[in-house]
Write a new protein. Structure first.
Length: 291
């Protein structure tokens, strides 16, 4: 499945129309840490999010195939940035009934996944010598005030899922310490617990004329299927699931902890990997029986 030049999704199946598809993503994020292992854990970039999940899903599919159940495998690019691989794959669905999506949920089934809203702010000013600030117009001052207003906002709260949160991920601006800045930017990420329409309006109103507001990506909040009798959790992160609506009813489940993903000490427990294989098989058998 080509996505962009040099970037491909991977899809494997033994049936033209599989009932069940195991899916996760292949892309990772920095830091660029080397891989290693000991008796209990596998360490390295992507070990938890989500290379270990790929291994568990392949092992589960092989075990199920021996039982006469033939899940397909869908491994995607771009989840960590914009779900481009998932969006491209969504137009090529084989008509599957269930999608078992893998993310680090500590082998608990997610009952919901928060959405995401990425916001870029661009403040503009006028350069001047810093000895005469009255001759300039500081873009950094404008950006700082805009960010202060956004941090002071009351954000939506979902009674069952929890609060909407905001992170200021990147700030850039200025030319030198002795120059009044003419340009400053910031990149923000909101974790959503509901529709974003009113939040978008509130962000724009709070920023006002201090900066330009650009909404660059929105991934919706979703509630998810949770097979009875299994431990559950709420995923405070986003996944490819909202972009894979044509691949069947989703279940979100996988080994590893999101708390170590995206860190310099990223790892996955070998015990959780083994348990995930059993769990993936059990959930697939249950869904297959329903089919």
């Amino acid at each position: 499945m080509p996505v962009q030049a040099g970037r491909f999704n991977v899809y494997a199946t033994r049936q033209a129309r599989p009932d069940i598809v195991f899916s996760t993503h292949m892309d990772t994020v920095p830091p660029f840490i080397p891989s290693s292992e000991d008796g209990e854990k596998v360490y390295g970039r992507g070990s938890c999010d989500a290379k270990g999940i790929i291994a568990a899903q392949i092992a589960a599919a092989e075990r199920l195939r021996a039982e006469g159940i033939h899940p397909a495998l869908l491994f995607l690019v771009g989840e960590e940035r914009d779900s481009l691989g998932a969006r491209m794959a969504n137009g090529q669905s084989p008509g599957s009934r269930f999608l078992i999506n893998g993310e680090p949920t500590e082998n608990r089934v997610a009952v919901a996944s928060k959405g995401a809203l990425r916001v870029n702010l661009t403040a503009r000013g006028r350069m001047a010598h810093s000895a005469y600030p009255e001759l300039g117009d500081s873009a950094i001052d404008k950006l700082v005030e805009a960010l202060h207003r956004l941090r002071s906002m009351m954000l939506p709260v979902h009674q069952e899922i929890g609060p909407t949160t905001m992170n200021i991920g990147i700030i850039e601006g200025g030319r030198a310490t002795n120059v009044i800045s003419d340009l400053a930017t910031a990149q923000l990420l909101y974790r959503l617990v509901g529709p974003a329409h009113e939040l978008r309006q509130q962000i724009a109103e709070e920023v006002g004329t201090l900066a330009e507001v650009e909404f660059v990506l929105e991934i919706p909040f979703v509630k998810l299927r949770a097979p009875a009798g299994l431990p559950t959790m709420v995923a405070a992160f986003t996944t490819d699931i909202p972009a894979l609506g044509n691949w069947g009813e989703p279940v979100l489940l996988g080994p590893g902890s999101i708390h170590v993903a995206h860190t310099e000490g990223e790892y996955i427990s070998k015990q959780q990997l083994a348990e995930a294989i059993e769990l993936y098989c059990a959930v697939a058998r249950r869904l297959h029986a329903q089919g």
